[in-house]
Design a binder for this molecule. Sequence first.
Ligand SMILES: O=C(O)C1=C[C@@H](OP(=O)(O)O)[C@@H](O)[C@H](O)C1
Ligand SMILES: C=C(OP(=O)(O)O)C(=O)O
Length: 412
Amino acid sequence: MKQLIRPKVLSGNIAVPASKSDAQRAVLCAALAEGTSRLTGMGKSDDEQAMLRAVEQMGAEIVPISDTIIEITGIKSLPEGLHLSAGESGLGLRLLTCVTSGFNREVSLTGRGSLLARPMNFFDTVLPRFGVQVSTNNGFLPIKVHGPLQGTDLQVDGSLSSQFISGLLMALPGSRKASSLEVIDMKSGPYIQMTIHTLSQFGIVIENEHNRFTIPGKQQYRPAHYSIESDWSSASYWLVAAAIGHPVSVSGLTMRSLQADKSLLKALIAAGCRIVAEEDLIRVDGSGLRAFEFDATDCPDLFPALTILAAKCDGVSTIRGVNRLIHKESNRGIALQTEFGKMGLKIDLNDDLMVIYGSGKLHGTEVDSHHDHRIAMSLGIAGSIANGDTILTNADAVSKSYPDFWEHFNSL
Ligand SMILES: O=C(O)C1=C[C@@H](OP(=O)(O)O)[C@@H](O)[C@H](O)C1
Ligand SMILES: C=C(OP(=O)(O)O)C(=O)O
């Protein structure tokens, strides 16, 4: 799909969609619980749909109650000969691989699109140490696992992705023996805190002391009534739009959220913005905008929105953690450099540092999303302040996390 973006003032309020990260965790917890859980605030992104389809194949029963409420009755036993797909979701695939390793069954797992090129070699090295037979396609999909995973004490490397750690934390409580997991070089730590919090809502206990997780065995997931949070990652595009001068506000977010991307507020403050949070609404006053420095190592999904912010700030802004973007839906550092480059923005990638030479000026031209939802959304907001029209190809990539993005964009 091609999207034409005309320069315009984005004015109005946006209620952002559900956090797909929160929703995927909750769906899987509910599928593992004995009994019926009720999830409210579900979204309809591709990643959420893929997780729902997977747990249904695993034997969970899903009853839609309304557009945003579902009931899930947990699986009784895992069917034989399962072939699961996580769609294009890195999180979905990594959680499902660990969780299905908890059963005495052979399960094969795959995905599509960019997920086929994302590394899975963590499983080759780590799962056998929990007694799981595993084979990958030289560290890529498809994967075959045969559990059951057995609890043990292990040190694991957390530098590639927190998603593997989240997966182990979801699977290990079901093992007969207790485990401890010491995570060395942990990245995206807030996502792991989020996993532990969601697990606690479904009755699972995990202790964490300085990245050493203690996981008692023989735990049983309990059904829950769970309210899925609105998404700080989706909100980042609108909050940055507000910071660069659009009179747009965002509703539905909670300030108490554990979501990593709530850190956007810190970046906005570093860039001289004033945040106004009134009841359910957040507004941003960007009248004092200035070039900024920010470390996004543990909130890597903020890079695309922060690139727009830096483009609008006069002077050189730096964002640390760009090496963490190599294995996302696209190589996001390169994708941002290439596409914003076409719009006249100079970006250097100096090892782990993204250096952005902002001037406040962008020009409209033909750009491409690299089939990456976050690149698509950031180019949309960039196009709104560009000089001239922007044509974005592969704009439909937004459906991975925010299917209504263009409808919301056009409504403003
Ligand atoms: O656990 C999660 O929900 C996620 C963790 C992050 O991945 P990494 O841990 O690989 O940084 C993030 O980029 C991804 O969009 C969602
Ligand atoms: C990287 C992302 O998701 P995932 O890793 O779950 O595919 C994302 O949503 O930006």
